[in-house]
Structure formats: C-alpha cells, structure tokens
Design a protein around this ligand. Structure first.
Ligand code: NAD
Ligand code: MN
Length: 494
C-alpha cells in the first residue's frame, strides 16, 4: 500500500529566497512544517524578520532603477522569461507537485494536473500580455498631441494563503512580471515550498536577482513588515476577510494600491428542472474538492423544494463514495485538511451546526485513514434543513468539507436567499432552462457564476469578489490594470 510518500524530508526549500539566493532568515526563529497526511514534522522553516523583508524590498527597488538588469529588459524579454518558466514547470511538474502535496495534503495527482497545470497556463497567458499592454493615442486636439503610457506600478507586496499556495501566488507573480514590476511575496507559513521552488526556477529562467523574492514567515512579522514597508507601491492580498480589512486600512495610510481576494460563502443553486445527477456531481465537486479549502467553495447548496428529497438521495450516494485517503496514494481524491488547527475548527463547526439544530446527514467526524490514526482527515459532511439566516454554518466560512443544504421555494427565492450573505465571491446554478440559468446568474451577486458547472477557472476569465469577498479582480486582461499605472502625456505642438 502506498501509505505515504517514499521520502518526505529530502530536497525541501526551507529558507527565504531573497535577491536571487536562498538565505537564512534573521528572525532567529524556525517553525515546524508538518505533513498533514501523517502528522510527521518534515522540516523547519527559517522565518523572515522585518530586516529580511526590507532587504527583499530594497533589491526590488534597485531593479526598478535606470541601469538595472531588469530595467534593461523589454516586453519581449519578459515574455520569453515567462514562457521559459512555464516550460520549466512543465518539465519539473512532479517535483513541484510533491512539494505542494507535502505542505497542503492535497492529492498528488491533483497537485500535478490541476495546481501545477494551472500555474503553467497562467504563466503562458501572462507571457502574452507582456507584449500586448499598450497606451493610447488620443483624438487630435489643436496645438497638442495627447497619449497615454502603461507603466509598471512598481514594487508589489504579495501575501497568499495556504489552500492553493502555488496558483494564488502565480496569479500575482505572472502579471507583475509581465507588467515589468518587481514582486516580494510572503506565502502562508504552513505552505511555503512550491513558490520558493518557483522563485529558484524563475532565476534559472533568466529573471534577474531581486525582481522576485519570497519572504516566508509569520503574518504578524513578515506579512505586516511587507504591507507597511514604504518601498512597496501595491499590495496584492489573498486571505481571510478579517486580515484583509486590516490590510486595506494599512494601505489607506500610505494610499498604496491594493487588491483583496477574501472569503466566501458561495451559493450553489439546484433548480427543479436540473439534471439532478449532474447537479449532485457538481455539488460534491463544489464543496469537497480540495477538502473544501476553496475560497469559492459551494458551501451553501440551495435546493428547490419540489426536488429536495430526490436530489438528497443522489447527493448522499455520491458523498458516501468520497473516502479520505493518503494524498500520495495514486487513487486519492480527498486528502487531509491542512493542519490540526484547521481540523479542530472544522469539527467545531460541526458541533455548532448540531447544537443550532441543523440535521447532520453525512460525515461530521474525523476519519481514520491510517492504522495509527494519524493525519488530519475529516469525513465529507452534509447538513440538511439548514437555515440560511440563523445557522452559523450557513453564515460563516468554514473552509472545510462541510456542506449546508438549504431549501428554497423557487427561482426568485433562490436568488434572494443566495444573496443574503456578506460575501459575494462565486455562485452556481443548475437548470435545463437557459433563460432561468441566465436570470439567476445575473441576479446573484458574485464575481464568478457557473451555469451547470462548478470550480472551473481559466486564466483569461477574471476572478474576484463582490461585497466582503474583496476588491478588484485577478486573471484576465483586467489583471494588467492592477499592475500598471496610466500616465497621460500632453505634448505642446503650437
Ligand atoms: P489568513 O487571512 O489567515 O492569512 C492569509 C495570509 O495573510 C497568510 O500568508 C498570513 O500569514 C498573512 N497574514 C496574517 N496576518 C497578517 C498581517 N497582520 N499582516 C500581513 N499578513 C498577514 O488566511 P488563511 O487562513 O491563510 O486562508 C484562508 C482564507 O483565505 C479564507 O478566508 C479564504 O476564503 C481566503 N481565500 C480567498 C481566496 C480568494 O481568491 N478570494 C482564495 C483562497 C483563500
Ligand atoms: Mn488563517
């Protein structure tokens, strides 16, 4: 039985990557990294101090000065480097996927084909933009010539969470490089490996030292130092709404540009005329993919009353087939949640759901996957008869494999209930009637709406939130706006 990775501890990137080389953090602190599949400590991460963050930002500023290696490179060079990084990732997919699985507990095959696959696509997509972002020549005005330029916003300070450590970082790194920015990234302390490896790969692909540094460490030390650093022009943050609000306030202090990708409590609507088999599959993908550690997870399942019972039967049959397994097992589709703390938080929500009167119909417990009982595995959990407005499990982001099923009367009720949340990241609707599908998609306040699908992403399709789910968008052509400033030039011709 492929119970565990053959080797959990060799070739781990455990040191900050600053100005083109791995260095020891000067905080004097190291933090343990634990493989969530068996609770083994696999290494200790050297954490950055504020001084290390400062060194990374200074190197980034240096590269924006005239005469630097980076400033001598043009759009074609940036495009070529981004393509090379994509190629290198393609040939080193196994190595990077292993690192992602070690940190997150996601199945190795998913890490390789979804996470690394998406990172490759995103690098290739933004490689194209490096040579396509242009200013405008404005209409003639007597005696003057007017045009605009797109200039890099400067030094980007990026902060990322632990659920998609590689992809959510690449969503920031690729457009920043395409735009000619420099970027300093602080990964979540639980999951630094994959992006540290990418920084090393990017250097080998010709990115000059200092353009992209990675400063792992705690949020309150390294993260706060990065956000408040006067040498950072723009902050790109992905994480919880709670920390995101603090980040926005700090950015306001110095009027730094700021994009925020925050939490969600996304509604997944099943209308009575839906293909119920497809909808049941979509519901499980929506909540159990990546153990529910997905910002856009379809954690509120809104089912039209008349098909509730028939639908639940199909949903529970599918749920029963989703058995947690060691993420290095080739057949694993559901790994452990990321940490002990996260497992306890998820199981705490299960207790809250039961205490508040929701009906537990599947899971709700820690799963025993290994003989020794170790690993942070949680059985896929479904609550039925959930009250959207009263129950905590319908209001708060759980970030785990816990689904709340909520009855709705009809299409209009689905839109109303769907929108009764402080969040607005994503939504979905299942129906055979395209008119209904479009009406619901247009009525739901979410940055992304899927019709008859869930959790699908494309580098060209912008992603981001309404309401408390964030500010701005990542991916797509609009992402280039976040990494550039528009300069207007007036030339007197008279
Ligand atoms: P978190 O907010 O706790 O941490 C996110 C990052 O911020 C981490 O790197 C953390 O170290 C850092 N941080 C913490 N305190 C900080 C501070 N004072 N200053 C600067 N940085 C600080 O979030 P998490 O627990 O890592 O991730 C889960 C959350 O992320 C969920 O709410 C989820 O919805 C959200 N998320 C959103 C998206 C999206 O695209 N909208 C994607 C993934 C995750
Ligand atoms: Mn957190």
């Amino acid at each position: 039985m492929a119970d565990s990775a053959p080797d959990l501890t060799s070739n781990l990137p455990l040191r900050p990557f600053i100005d083109g080389k791995p260095v020891d953090g000067t905080s004097g602190r190291t933090s343990p990294l634990v493989f969530p599949g068996n609770e083994q400590e696999i290494g200790r991460l050297s954490e950055c101090s504020a001084a290390d963050v400062d060194a990374a930002v200074r190197a980034a500023r240096r590269e924006l000065e005239p005469g630097s290696a980076w400033s001598k490179m043009g759009p074609n060079d940036r495009q070529r480097i981004l393509y090379r990084i994509a190629e290198a990732l393609r040939s080193r997919a196994d190595e990077v996927a292993r690192l992602e699985t070690l940190n997150t507990g996601k199945p190795l095959a998913e890490a390789k084909f979804v996470d690394v696959g998406e990172a490759i696509n995103v690098f290739e997509y933004f490689a194209g933009w490096a040579t396509k972002v242009t200013g405008e020549t404005l209409p003639d005005r007597p005696g003057a010539f007017l045009y605009t330029r797109r200039e890099p916003v400067g030094v980007v300070g990026a902060i990322t969470p632990w659920n998609f450590p590689l992809d959510l970082a690449v969503w920031k790194v690729a457009p920043a490089i395409a735009a000619g920015c420099c970027i300093v990234l602080k990964p979540a302390s639980l999951t630094p490996f994959s992006i540290l490896k990418v920084a090393e790969i990017a250097l080998e692909c010709g990115l000059p030292p200092g353009v992209f540094s990675v400063v792992p460490g705690s949020g309150s030390v390294a993260g706060a130092a990065l956000i408040t650093h006067p040498g950072v022009d723009k902050v790109a943050f992905t994480g919880s709404t709670e920390i995101g609000k603090w980040v926005a306030k700090e950015c306001a202090e110095h009027v730094k540009r700021c994009t925020l990708e925050l939490g969600g409590k996304s509604p997944n609507v099943v209308l009575a005329d839906a293909d119920l088999d497809a909808a049941a599959r979509g519901a499980t993908v929506g909540i159990f993919y990546n153990k529910g550690e997905v910002c856009a997870a379809g954690s509120r399942l809104l089912v039209e009353d008349s098909v509730h019972d028939a639908f639940m039967e199909k949903l529970l049959a599918r749920t029963a087939k989703m058995v947690p397994q060691d993420p290095f097992h080739p057949k694993s589709r559901l790994g452990p949640v990321v940490s002990k703390g996260q497992m306890e938080s998820v199981l705490g929500y299960v207790e809250k759901g039961k205490a508040e009167g929701a009906k537990l119909v599947a899971g709700g417990t820690r799963a025993k996957v290994r003989e020794d009982g170790k690993g942070y595995y949680v059985n896929p959990t479904v609550f039925d008869e959930v009250d959207n407005d009263r129950h905590s499990i319908a209001r708060e982001e759980i970030f785990g494999p816990v689904l709340s099923v909520i009855r709705v009367k009809d299409e209009a009720d689905a839109v109303a209930v769907g929108n009764r949340t402080m969040y607005g990241l994503a939504a979905a609707v299942w129906t055979r009637d395209i008119k209904k599908g479009l009406r619901v998609a247009h009525g739901l306040k979410g940055g992304t709406v899927w019709i008859n699908s869930y959790n699908m992403y494309d580098p060209a399709l912008p992603f981001g939130g309404y309401k408390a789910s964030g500010w701005g968008r990542e991916l797509g052509s609009v992402a280039m706006d976040a990494y550039t400033e528009v300069k207007s030039v007036w030339v007197d011709l008279a």
